[in-house]
Design a protein around this ligand. Structure first.
Ligand code: ZN
Length: 174
């Protein structure tokens, strides 16, 4: 297994409201599309002024692109929608704790807030391995809420890897 998402954990303690849960549910829907395409199920949406302006899912396998994480794809969409690379006033909802690449991109985008589902102990760059989005040395920091619908996000990833292991055992990969 060549990825770090295999053992997500629930680490929820963030304060959030119903709107946060609604938006996270849409991110989970996006993640299912990734799964249908043979990608690890990770999804996200970006919200501005209460409105979803971008939605995306992990397309690493589909596009054969190591940078095609859900967050990166969504950031490009959101910047296009707003007509500015600075995403002030935006909140991103993503099912899994962002990796170092995506956390760095969120800082570069000047995003206001990050809401995510479950922690990623192997590559998480928000609190598991690093905290890139709140590093005082960088020129921008995000407000972070972790653990929104964490159980569902965790189950989605675990079910995916469980199925994949079973398929391999059964020889379906041949
Ligand atoms: Zn990433």
């Amino acid at each position: 297994m060549d990825n770090g998402f295999e053992n997500p954990v629930c680490g929820g303690d963030g304060r959030h409201d119903d709107a946060d849960e609604r938006h996270m549910a849409r991110a989970i829907d996006q993640a299912y599309i990734a799964e249908e395409n043979g990608d690890v199920p990770i999804g996200c949406v970006i919200v501005y002024d209460g409105q979803v302006i971008a939605k995306a899912y992990n397309q690493r396998e589909q596009l054969n692109d190591p940078t095609a994480h859900a967050e990166i794809v969504a950031l490009t969409q959101a910047a296009e929608f707003i007509g500015n690379w600075r995403l002030h006033g935006c909140t991103i909802y993503v099912t899994l704790e962002p990796c170092p690449m995506c956390a760095g991109a969120l800082v570069l985008a000047r995003m206001d807030r990050l809401v995510y589902g479950c922690d990623d102990p192997k590559t998480g760059a928000v609190r598991s391995l690093y905290n890139i989005v709140q590093d005082e040395r960088l020129n921008h920091r995000l407000e972070v809420t972790a653990g929104v619908l964490a159980d569902k996000c965790t189950a989605q990833l675990q079910d995916f890897f469980q199925r994949r292991r079973e398929e391999r055992r059964n020889g379906d990969f041949l």
